[in-house]
Design a binder for this molecule. Structure first.
Ligand code: ATP
Length: 135
């Protein structure tokens, strides 16, 4: 049996990653799940969090803000809303986004839908900062 699986991470803008890997751990809507080669077929949603790829004994991390994952025994496709490697993340932009979202949440007499949006923006910003800081 193969001991690697092809992983493709795509956004609407680009192919972010494409390689054979030993394992991928993704933030699904049911929590973090790890997928090894030869996994049974599955499709599920992703939430804001970190995608962790294990290849040649090393770990590669990306920040994602959600999307979908399709798992097949020899192929894993991740269709992400956004996906960034730590070196691609503009930390100052993420800090500004975090500050903006926090301020919005503090004066939250707005419609509830805006509060939900600000909460998601806050989580995306915190996640990006965590990925840069290796947390
Ligand atoms: P912002 O308010 O700073 O735009 P956001 O969370 O609303 O942040 P998204 O809608 O998740 O941004 O992403 C829009 C695009 O910008 C995507 O291509 C995403 O990869 C990119 N992006 C967002 N924040 C950053 C960042 N801090 N560093 C690098 N790229 C980012």
């Amino acid at each position: 049996m193969a001991n690697t699986v092809q992983v493709d991470i795509l956004t609407s803008e680009r192919t972010v990653y494409s390689d054979e890997v030993e394992m991928v751990i993704v933030p699904t809507i049911d929590g973090n799940l790890g997928f090894l080669p030869n996994h049974s077929p599955l499709i599920t949603g992703l939430q804001i969090g970190q995608i962790r790829i294990k290849k040649d004994g090393e770990e590669i991390e990306l920040a994602t803000s959600g999307g979908f994952i399709e798992v097949k025994p020899d192929q894993i496709n991740i269709l992400a809303d956004t996906a960034e490697f730590p070196e691609e993340i503009d930390i100052e932009r993420a800090k500004r986004a975090k500050k903006r979202a926090k301020e919005r949440l503090q004066k939250s007499d707005e419609a509830r839908i805006n509060e939900t949006r600000a909460e998601s923006a806050l989580q995306r910003a915190i996640n990006r900062i965590d990925v840069v800081q290796g947390e």
